[in-house]
Design a protein around this ligand. Structure first.
Ligand SMILES: NC(=O)c1ccc[n+]([C@@H]2O[C@H](COP(=O)([O-])OP(=O)(O)OC[C@H]3O[C@@H](n4cnc5c(N)ncnc54)[C@H](OP(=O)(O)O)[C@@H]3O)[C@@H](O)[C@H]2O)c1
Length: 380
């Protein structure tokens, strides 16, 4: 199974990347505040409240949608503990975990204004969403997925044995055998991420289908939906043509932690030309995108030391015809002096479509080189 978490998938590039990955058979979990834009995909790919083995999914993509305001960074550690526990649950149940990608895409431009006029709360919100929340996502990713010791579904197959210290690593998930109740923590997190926060056809608390009890994971409440049965394109092979390939994480790396997830692990940050070039009116955006590139570079170097095996990619998507570009064009020159350049680009057809940009970003993200790469779809 190839699983991707995508932040900010309700519109624009995030939505297009999710469409592309679903079409290639990936299991996608998206995180944003609303489901606008995702309704069509939810109808087609359904919401799976429970992981289904790959043999049951028949290679179909599957979609879970989680509502979360990513500006609320204080809530993120607990949120991510639940989310990543669920991811391990899904991968462990799949029978064949192959890839785990985290696509950090959610962002805002606001406040678009000279810094002298920017509201401090708006600046704080901006940095929380664009910079701090990705840092917290990466931190928990590298901590939690570094150790899968003793987790169901990973014994011998999905893990890489290396030096001691993995299961006892700070913040690492404890083996199931040390939990007070079997799967207790997972059960609690699954239900919190399920009926309360996941949306599907029918909205919150979507009706369960007629799956039998035997199809449910033991001891875990929630509905089961076979997203593949009878759906269009159900014969598609899992991951056929999908970007990326399985690899062994952490193999041979000095100081590697025990039992690192042996799948193609990647963190992909959606960057911007604004990370390299300063624009008047975009001080916050330039700062957050430049900062995110640096975070990715530093985290990749840390991964080289820890042997986590995670690849890091910062990818600038070019100028893409999304709601964010509408925001740019709507601002006056007193807020954004370069606005005419973006209006001209739009009127002369200089923007790429979200689908074109998504395909390029995902293709670049899949490149094989280890460590950190900063790429731009216009020059790569
Ligand atoms: N469009 C371009 O030309 C361009 C160029 C360079 C880089 N980029 C980058 O590409 C990425 C995608 O941009 P886009 O153009 O597709 O923008 P977009 O259409 O405005 O989409 C932004 C996404 O972020 C989510 N989001 C916003 N605030 C959020 C919050 N508080 N919590 C959780 N999610 C939130 C939105 O979902 P909700 O509103 O439902 O929460 C939406 O799904 C961004 O990182 C952007 O910086 C875009």
């Amino acid at each position: 199974m190839k699983l991707a978490m995508i932040t900010g998938a309700s519109s624009g590039l995030g939505l297009a990347m999710t469409e592309e990955l679903l079409a290639q058979g990936w299991y996608c979990i998206t995180i944003q505040r609303s489901t606008r834009g995702l309704e069509g995909l939810l109808k087609e790919y359904g919401v799976i409240q429970m992981p289904l083995p790959d043999s049951r999914r028949q290679g179909r993509g599957a979609l879970e949608v989680i509502h979360q305001d990513l500006r609320d960074c204080a809530a993120l550690p607990e949120f991510l503990e639940g989310l990543y526990a669920r991811v391990l649950d899904i991968l462990g149940t799949s029978g064949k975990p192959e890839a785990l990608w985290l696509i950090l895409n959610a962002a805002t431009l606001d406040p678009v204004a000279p810094l002298a006029q920017a509201d401090s709360k708006a600046l704080e919100n901006h940095l929380s969403l664009n910079l701090l929340s990705p840092m917290i996502f990466i931190s928990a990713f590298e901590r939690i997925f570094a150790s899968v010791a003793g987790r169901a579904g990973f014994a011998g197959a999905g893990v890489k044995e290396s030096s001691p210290g993995g299961s006892g690593a700070p913040g690492g998930l404890r083996p199931d055998s040390t939990r007070p109740q079997t799967g207790g923590a997972l059960r609690a997190e699954s239900s919190r991420l399920g009926p309360d926060r996941a949306s599907g056809p029918g909205g919150s608390g979507a009706p369960a289908d007629s799956a039998s009890q035997s199809e449910r994971a033991p001891g875990v409440p929630g509905s089961v939906r076979d997203a593949g049965s009878g759906a269009p394109g159900a014969s598609q092979e899992a991951g056929a043509g999908a970007p990326g390939a399985s690899r062994e994480a952490g193999a041979g790396a000095p100081g590697a932690r025990a039992e690192t997830l042996r799948v193609d692990k990647r963190i992909i940050a959606v960057s911007s030309g604004a990370a390299l070039h300063a624009y008047p009116g975009w001080a916050a955006y330039c700062a957050s995108k430049a900062g995110l590139d640096q975070v990715m570079d530093a985290a990749a170097q840390e991964a080289g030391v820890s042997g986590s095996g995670t690849f890091f990619r910062a990818i600038a998507p070019g100028v893409v015809d999304t709601p964010m570009q509408e925001v740019i064009r709507s601002r006056g020159p007193e807020q954004f002096p370069m606005v005419q350049r973006f209006r001209d680009l739009y009127s002369t057809g200089g923007l790429s479509s979200p689908a074109q940009a998504a395909a390029k970003v995902l293709s670049l993200a899949a490149q094989g080189k280890e460590g950190y790469l900063r790429l731009d779809v216009r020059t790569a």
